[in-house]
Every structure is written in C-alpha cells, then in structure tokens.
Design a protein around this ligand. Structure first.
Ligand code: PMT
Length: 427
C-alpha cells in the first residue's frame, strides 16, 4: 500500500517535538493533506527552534499551537477540544524526553497534556541519537508506551545528523503514512462514528453496528505515465450499496476505484486506482468485517511492464503482455477469519452458467449476476436487474433504479447471512 491509496477526510493531529527530524514532518503533513486528511499541527517550544510554525501553518492550512496556555491563541481550539477532535495523534519526531514523559503520563506541556487527554490512537515515531535510543531507560520507556496502547513506528538504522551510525533516524514520512492508513482499515468504526448520520441516513436497524466492506467502480492498470486499461464501471451500483447499508445502520468501509461520485460522509472511503491497490485495501480490512460485497469491476489482467516513458507510436504495431491480477473475492473467501462474501458477475452470455461457476470457483456465499453490454442495466446505467444465486437457491430482482435494487440486495444478503449463521449454530 502506498501513496496511491487514499483515505479521506480523517482528522490527524501532528505533534512535533524538538529534533532535527522535525523537517521530515513537513513532508508528512504534505502527504497527509494529499490524502485529503484534515491536519492540525502542535509543536513544542524546542520544535520551533528547528522549523517554524509558519511552515506547518502553510502546509496544514491552520494556525499552529505551541503553548499549553496562550492568551494569544484563545480563539484557537483548546487543548481538550483538540484531543477530542483528532481521529489519530502522531507524535513525530518523538524525542527521548517526550517518550519518557508520555510513558509516565506527565502533562507539563501542550503535547504531553494532549496525549494524556486523548482517547484516540496515538502513534509515536521516535528519533534520537543511537546511544540515547539504546539506553536501557529509553527501551523501558518504549515498552511502557506500548503497554499503554501507543503504536510505535520504529526508527531506522543509518547515518545520523550527528555523524554517528546506528538506529535512531525517524521512519520515513511515507512509512508513517502507511501505518496510519493501516490503522484506519483495521478499526474504521471510530472514524465513522464521528460523522453524525443526517436525516437521509435514518437507519432501518437491519444492519445496526454490522461492519460492511464494499468495493466499487473500475480499476486502472497503467501502461505508461499517461495511458491505462480500464472498463465502463461508474461505481453507481457499489455506491448505492454503500448508501443502502448505511441506511440500514451498518459501519461501512467503501474501497473505490476512480469514479465521479461523492461518497456519503459517514462511510470510510478508501480510494484506489489499480487492482493490486484494491486487493491490498480490501484484504487489510476484510478480517474485521461481517460482510464483503465485491461490486467493483476489477481488471482481470494488468500489463506485465509499466513503461517509464510514454509508449512511442513510430514502430507501427505493438504487442501488450498482460498478467492475471489477484482474485480479491476468492482471496477474501479463503481467509481464516472471513466475512460473508458476496460477489457480482457481469455477463454478456450464459449468465446463469457463468455466475454459478464463479460462485463455486471463488468459494463465496452469494453472487449477484447482471447482464452487461445491453440497452438496459449493467455498466454506467442508473438502473439494473440482478439474478442472485447462492448454494441452496436463487432469486430474481427485477429492473429498477440502482438505489432501490441496492436496498433489495442488502435485505437478501441479511436473510442469507442469518440463515447461514443459524445453520452453523445448529449444526
Ligand atoms: O459501476 P456501475 O456502472 O454501476 O456498474 C455496475 C457493475 C456492472 C460494475 C456491477 O453491477 C458488477 O457487475 N460488478 C462486477 C463486475 C465484474 O468485474 O464482474 P466479473 O464477472 O468480471 O467478476 C466477478 C467478481 O469477481 C466480481 O465481484 C469482481 O469484483 C470480482 N473480481 C474480479 C477480478 C479480480 N481480480 N478480483 C475480483 O474480486
């Protein structure tokens, strides 16, 4: 998982301490903003010796707080509100001094007080001289931080700013970003709970508190810096399912390929481009879910090689070498701790034969087959019809708008899942 994967609109509080690695945190803030996360920055006084608050203000788009009690900042968010606001706090670079304070629950400056007041996950990215890192007392503090539930993003080995060589360089910003993304995938509910459901999202209660993971839209498989292979999926079917699941009270994570649609604020949206990125995002989140619905039109093949430069046309004919992508549905179905797995089948002929084949071959629980490439329904249309198969039966859902159809499919999924669970419990 890398920069290509986007988790939107989450609130990250970046707490910068005084170390030379503070300059790297500017890049971290830039990356977080690029991921459309909301970022606020707080700094210790000594951090301001290494990098100015103005730099972080420009990068985050918000004033930077540097003191616990500061009349001049009385219009800014108070430290308790700031601790409540954050979905995640990242302390970077975490100095040996700050680690010691956090490990003992001291609260004598803005950052240590915020961390003590916070209920959200706290990530700590240490950076210090290699001897300081190796000292038994630092390692004891580290162990204590972990015992108290903080997530350590370990420092790396290499040449240090002081000229010494050893462990102590702060992890690269992209590594810190990936850890934060992974954390969101593993526990989306905290993030989603922060978004109040509006009237449109009145719950039917059918899926109250149930975790549902949905994939939607197409994938893009790059050929060169400007060209890619894709398909006609608009994401309408998958987004309608996300909305329907939300209305039924579910905690929804939506993994989406590039589409022109706006996701409901109350879903955890993870934006991806390629089939590989979709695979990584879905497989990271799937073990914590009750239901997975694969409505995305995932590329079955991807170019063996992505050219670094635009492919030239002078040579006349060209041959493309493609390789199979990983089968996301089958991989989720093969997990030890697996959700109820629902696939889609997009068919232009022999719908029933191919759909039933996919149901068996991919080892899933239910498959919703639709005709594609026809006048009505399928790719990029507002309406659709589904022929749904499971191991013991089938049901036809007639042509209607995708939103209505999504509600019908969610109800059917719940029925089948309850039936499967009842059978499992009584058998
Ligand atoms: O997005 P819309 O414009 O609203 O259109 C909706 C839709 C037609 C895209 C949707 O209803 C649909 O049929 N989605 C699945 C499209 C598809 O890729 O079907 P398939 O028969 O090729 O794949 C079968 C299943 O395997 C699908 O659930 C697919 O997500 C999954 N798959 C495929 C390849 C792969 N590498 N991994 C997968 O998980």
């Amino acid at each position: 998982m890398g920069e290509g994967l986007t988790i939107n609109a989450k609130k990250i509080l970046v707490a910068v301490c005084g170390g030379i690695a503070a300059y790297k945190v500017a890049e971290l803030v830039r990356l977080l903003r690029k991921q459309t996360m909301q970022v606020r920055v707080v700094m210790t006084q000594s951090a301001c010796e290494f990098i100015t608050p103005l730099t972080f203000q420009a990068l985050s788009g918000h004033p930077v707080q540097t003191r616990l009690l500061d009349e001049q900042q009385e219009n800014s968010m108070g430290h308790i509100n700031l601790a409540r606001w954050a979905d995640v706090i990242i302390v970077a670079p975490a100095t040996a001094n700050m680690m010691a304070k956090l490990s003992y629950g001291l609260a004598d400056d803005l950052i240590s007080t915020l961390c003590l007041a916070a209920n959200c996950p706290i990530y700590v990215a240490p950076a210090m001289n290699q001897s300081m890192w190796q000292k038994a007392v630092t390692q004891e503090n580290l162990a204590r931080l972990e015992q108290h539930g903080m997530v350590i993003i370990p420092p790396e080995a290499g040449e240090q700013a002081c000229g010494e060589i050893g462990i102590g360089r702060m992890a690269e910003p992209v590594v810190i970003l990936q850890q934060i993304q992974q954390g969101f995938l593993k526990s989306p509910e905290r993030v989603i709970e922060n978004v109040p459901l509006d009237e449109k999202h009145l719950t039917t209660g059918l899926l109250k508190g149930v975790k549902v993971l949905i994939s939607a839209g197409p994938t893009r498989e790059p050929l060169d810096p400007v060209r890619f292979l894709t398909n006609r999926s608009s994401g309408k079917m998958g987004y309608a399912l996300a909305e329907a699941a939300l209305q039924a009270g579910a905690i929804v994570t939506l993994v989406s390929g590039p589409v022109q649609l706006k996701a409901p604020a109350a879903v955890l949206l993870i934006e991806v481009e390629t089939a590989e990125q979709m695979y990584q995002a879905v497989l990271s989140a799937a073990p914590q879910q009750a239901i997975y619905i694969g409505a995305a039109a995932v590329a079955d093949y991807t170019p063996v090689q992505v050219e670094g430069q635009k492919i030239k046309t002078e040579g006349g004919e060209n041959t493309l070498f493609l390789q199979k992508t990983k089968d996301i549905l089958a991989s989720v179905a093969a997990l030890k701790q697996r959700p109820f797995v629902v696939g889609f089948a997009a068919e232009t002929d022999q719908l029933e034969v191919y759909a039933k084949g996919k149901l068996l071959r991919k080892g899933i629980d239910l498959i919703a087959a639709n005709w594609v490439g026809q006048k009505q329904g399928g790719f990029d249309k507002d309406e659709n019809a589904l022929h749904v198969f499971w191991h013991e039966g089938e049901k036809k859902l007639a042509m209607t708008d995708k939103k209505t159809l999504a509600h019908q499919l969610i109800e059917l999924i719940m029925e089948r899942m309850n039936e499967k669970n009842t059978a499992k419990n009584s058998g």
